[in-house]
Write a protein that binds this ligand. Structure first.
Ligand code: FAD
Length: 158
C-alpha cells in the first residue's frame, strides 16, 4: 500500500479542526491538528496525536499541558497560520484559560494536563485530563479530503 493511498483514505474521515496551544518559558506555540478525540467521561480525558517532526512535540513534553481550541467556521486563516500554510509570520492574540494560551472565537477551549503519552510509529499520543473548558455557540470549521469546508446553511424548518 502506498503512503499516498493511505493518506487519501484517512482524509475521507471528515473532522473538525483544532489548534493545540501551549506555553514554554513564556513563549506560546500553536499547531493545527485534527487528530483529536474525546477518550473518557469519568475522568474527563481527551487525546491529541503529534507528528515526530513537529516542533509542538517537545513543547508539550516540556510544558506537560496543552489547550485544544475547536475552531469556528470563520477561523480558516488561523488554521492556515498554525499549519504553516500561510508562510509569513502573523501576530496572533491569545487569551488565557487555567494559565494556558487559548484563542478567542473558538467554539470550545479546553485546558488539559498531560497524564500519559504513547509513541506509536511516527506520532505521539498525549492523553490530557481536562481541567477547564469554555463553550460558545457557532458553526464549526471542517476538514475533508485535504480541503477546508463549512456546514451547509440549513433551510429554516417552519
Ligand atoms: P511550526 O511549523 O514551527 O509552527 C506552525 C505554524 O504556526 C508556523 O507557521 C508558526 O509561525 C505558527 N505559530 C506557532 N506559534 C505561533 C504564535 N505564538 N503566534 C503566531 N504564529 C505561531 N500535525 C500533527 O502532528 N497532528 C495533527 O493532528 C495534525 N492535523 C492537521 C490538520 C490539518 C487540517 C492541517 C492543515 C494540518 C495538520 N497537521 C497535523 C500538520 C501541522 O499543523 C503542521 O505540520 C504544523 O506546521 C506543525 O507545526 P510545528 O509544531 O512543527 O510548528
Amino acid at each position: 500500500m502506498e503512503d499516498k493511498q493511505f493518506r487519501n483514505a484517512m482524509g475521507k474521515f471528515a473532522t473538525g479542526v483544532t489548534i493545540i496551544t501551549t506555553e514554554v518559558d513564556g513563549e506560546v506555540h500553536g499547531m493545527t491538528a485534527n487528530a483529536f478525540m474525546s477518550v473518557s467521561l469519568q475522568p474527563k480525558l481527551v487525546v491529541i496525536s503529534i507528528d515526530e517532526r513537529a516542533m509542538m512535540l517537545e513543547k508539550v513534553r516540556k510544558s506537560k499541558t496543552y489547550a485544544v481550541n475547536i475552531l469556528s467556521s470563520g477561523q480558516q486563516d488561523l488554521s492556515m497560520i498554525f499549519a504553516g500554510q500561510i508562510k509569513e509570520k502573523r501576530e496572533v492574540n491569545f487569551s488565557t484559560l487555567n494559565g494556558l494560551p487559548v484563542l478567542d472565537g473558538a467554539l470550545v477551549q479546553l485546558s488539559c494536563e498531560v497524564v500519559n503519552e504513547h509513541t506509536e510509529g511516527d506520532h505521539t499520543l498525549f492523553i490530557g485530563k481536562v481541567t477547564n473548558l469554555q463553550l460558545v455557540d457557532g458553526e464549526p470549521l471542517l476538514y475533508y479530503s485535504g480541503k477546508y469546508r463549512t456546514l451547509p446553511v440549513q433551510e429554516e424548518v417552519r
